[in-house]
Design a protein around this ligand. Structure first.
Ligand code: TYM
Length: 332
């Protein structure tokens, strides 16, 4: 079976619709056909100032949501990144074959560091994509299901793998991004040209998976729509309506042209009401299952420990070879 790996940051108290449609939903599908590894990337989360109690809570909430979204612990290896020490070890080695200029070209660093000022942003934020490359290469992943914003990091990952293989001998599998065009960039409900984002969207622009039905409905009804009153798919002219159509289509499985036909003459209000209902009915069971999983912390921690043990076995195998290739002496 081909192998798949992906990760999600525990940087908020809930995933949002962009995380769900752009990534996690594909993780669930891919576990059927792939040897699947999914991690909660807490090492990535601390690249920006993070309160320890928040991190602890959010890591558990993230893991619980992954199971609640449909990851099956007997089909997927779900684990917390910091539990597998090999991630940081490989990241260091990859740091040493990454050029400063190459790292400096990463646009996510430019966006995120702008918030803190480039000189007070952490070095960890700068080398963030290299740790991500380590996550992927450690598991020899063939495919990496992500949203469009991760494309550049995947290109870097492939470059580093090729460089290492070329200099020191074939070691790493070259990973392919797995990105579904229709959902690769879900946009902010209040600013439909920007991506829906934990760090930069306003609360009104984000639909959180764990949010109550009331606020979810309100946010969809207040989503920025465009001039005119026709429900049409036109990314340039009607980015707000197009985003809602993309969401409704992805959540119902109905092709966009069919939806457009359904709303001829209906107006934005009717359309938005339907979008709100499908969002609520998708999220409600996930929220309920997440709450149940969080109520038994010991069991959740046990699942994560089992995931870490499976992940570690694979990571250690890769690292034994990597250490030898680099020229480190065998340990005792
Ligand atoms: P993170 O935690 O920001 O987001 C998790 C996943 O959600 C996708 N995503 C979106 N997709 C569509 N529309 C959106 N508005 C949207 N917002 C977020 C992201 O593309 C991502 O797939 N660097 C990664 C985490 C990571 C990782 C890895 C991913 C660490 N190591 C190894 C893959 C493989 C990140 O920040 O994701």
């Amino acid at each position: 079976r081909p192998r798949v790996l992906s990760g999600i940051q525990p940087t908020a108290d809930s995933f949002h619709l962009g995380n769900y449609l752009g990534a996690v939903r594909q993780w669930v599908t891919l576990q059927e056909t792939h040897d699947a590894f999914y991690c909660v990337v807490d090492l990535h989360a601390i690249t920006v100032p993070t309160d320890p109690a928040d991190l602890r809570r959010r890591s558990r909430v993230a893991a619980a949501q992954l199971f609640a979204c449909g990851l099956d612990p007997s089909a997927s290896t779900v684990f917390v990144q910091s539990h597998v020490r090999e991630h940081t070890e490989l990241a260091w080695i990859l740091n040493c074959i990454t050029g400063m200029g190459e790292a400096a070209r990463m646009t996510q660093f430019k966006d995120k560091s702008a918030k803190y000022g480039e000189s007070s942003a952490s070095v960890g934020l700068f080398t963030y994509p290299i740790l991500q490359a380590a996550d992927i290469l450690l598991y020899q992943a063939n495919r990496v299901p992500v949203g469009a914003d991760q494309k550049q990091h995947l290109e870097l990952t492939r470059d580093l793998a090729q460089r290492f293989n070329h200099r020191l001998g074939d070691t790493f599998t070259l990973p392919e991004p797995y990105i579904l065009k229709e959902v690769e960039k879900i946009t902010d409900l209040q600013d439909p040209t920007a991506k829906m984002s934990k760090s930069s969207s306003s609360p009104a622009g984000i639909l959180d998976v764990l949010e109550q039905p009331g606020p979810l409905r309100k946010k969809v009804m207040r989503a920025v729509t465009d001039t005119g009153s026709e429900v049409l798919f036109d990314e340039e002219g009607k980015p707000g309506v197009s985003n809602l159509l993309r969401i409704q289509s992805a959540l119902t499985g109905t092709p966009i042209p069919e939806l457009v036909e359904r709303y001829v003459g209906a107006g934005y209000g009717t359309f938005k009401k339907d979008v709100a209902e499908v969002v609520v009915s998708t999220f409600e069971p996930i929220r309920e299952r997440t709450e149940k999983l969080l109520a038994d912390e010991a069991e959740l921690d046990r699942l994560l420990a089992a995931g870490a043990a499976k992940a570690r076995a694979v990571a250690q195998e890769t690292m034994t070879q990597v250490r030898d290739r680099v020229g480190f002496l065998p340990g005792v």
